[in-house]
Ligand binder design. Structure first.
Ligand code: OAD
Length: 242
């Protein structure tokens, strides 16, 4: 029976209206990574970084999970009911998997959370969205919480847990990720080398693709529900009621 590992990236949220990072109109096109996505940028100009993330945090209020997020939850529930292993890891900092009902490992952090650099406290907050005003820590009153996201040069979250799940997987799906940012970009090859069947859903073959991967080109909101129906049938799973 399968042990499924799913890695998602910005492409799964593109159909909900959140821009991806790379390519035309990508989030990184209009911004210098060094300025807005590094600890050094935050030290240099916290007001600029805060404004950038407050806009992204506020934008979450205008989007909804799409059919791909919902389909992955359906598959997770069907596998859980059959006692099978399922791991969902996302590089996305939006909360669309969570709002669909999944509990992904958010390896690059979460926009809906703020982090205190002084006492380490985390606060769930999507209320304070003013781009011009910092939020103080509710635990220690440190005046400036930071976005609880992983910046370039910082360690992604839950790496040990992710690697354990990856080591035992028999099937691997990469959805909406360009295969540019490590360590996540290495998971596909790792799963493949371990003998897992590998699917890639993307708009074009990503940089880390291999001829052995089963390439499912097209929008996640169409491709993923179809794949989920196929797997439920092939694996003889019982779909769960919503
Ligand atoms: P990218 O913007 O690099 O890649 C998005 C991928 O999604 C591309 O391969 C597109 O072809 C694909 N895509 C676009 N629209 C799609 C759709 N509707 N359906 C399916 N696929 C679609 O985003 P990521 O790979 O997620 O890290 O980027 C990885 C990391 O780089 C991010 O987590 C972020 C960024 O810098 C940090 O900020 C640490």
């Amino acid at each position: 029976m399968p042990a499924l590992f799913i890695l998602t990236g910005a492409g799964i949220s593109a159909d909900s209206g959140i821009p991806t990072f790379r390519g035309l109109d990508g989030l990184w096109e209009g911004h210098d990574l060094e300025d807005v996505a590094t600890p050094e940028g935050w030290s240099r100009d916290p007001a600029l970084v805060w404004r950038f993330y407050q806009q992204r945090r506020a934008a979450l209020g205008a989007v909804q999970p799409n059919a791909a997020h919902h389909a992955l939850l359906k598959l997770e529930r069907a596998l859980a009911a059959a006692g099978q292993r399922f791991t969902l890891v996302t590089q996305n900092v939006d909360d669309l998997h969570q709002r669909a009902g999944s509990q992904p490992i958010a390896m690059h952090g979460e926009l809906r959370s703020l982090l205190c650099e002084s006492c380490g406290a985390r606060e769930r907050d999507l209320e304070h969205l003013d781009p011009a005003t910092f939020k103080a820590c509710s635990s220690c009153a440190y005046p400036r919480l930071r976005p609880d996201v992983v910046w370039f040069g910082e360690m992604p979250r839950a790496i040990r847990r992710i690697e354990n799940a990856l080591a035992g997987c028999t099937h691997f799906l990469a959805c909406g990720t360009s295969g540019n940012v490590y360590p996540a970009a290495g998971y596909l090859a790792y799963a493949r080398a371990g003998g897992a069947h590998t699917w890639i859903n993307s708009m074009e073959a990503p940089d880390n693709a291999d001829p052995r991967d089963e390439l499912l080109l097209g929008r996640a909101s169409a491709v993923i529900p179809a794949l989920v129906e196929r797997l439920i049938a092939e694996w003889g799973l019982e779909p769960c009621a919503d």
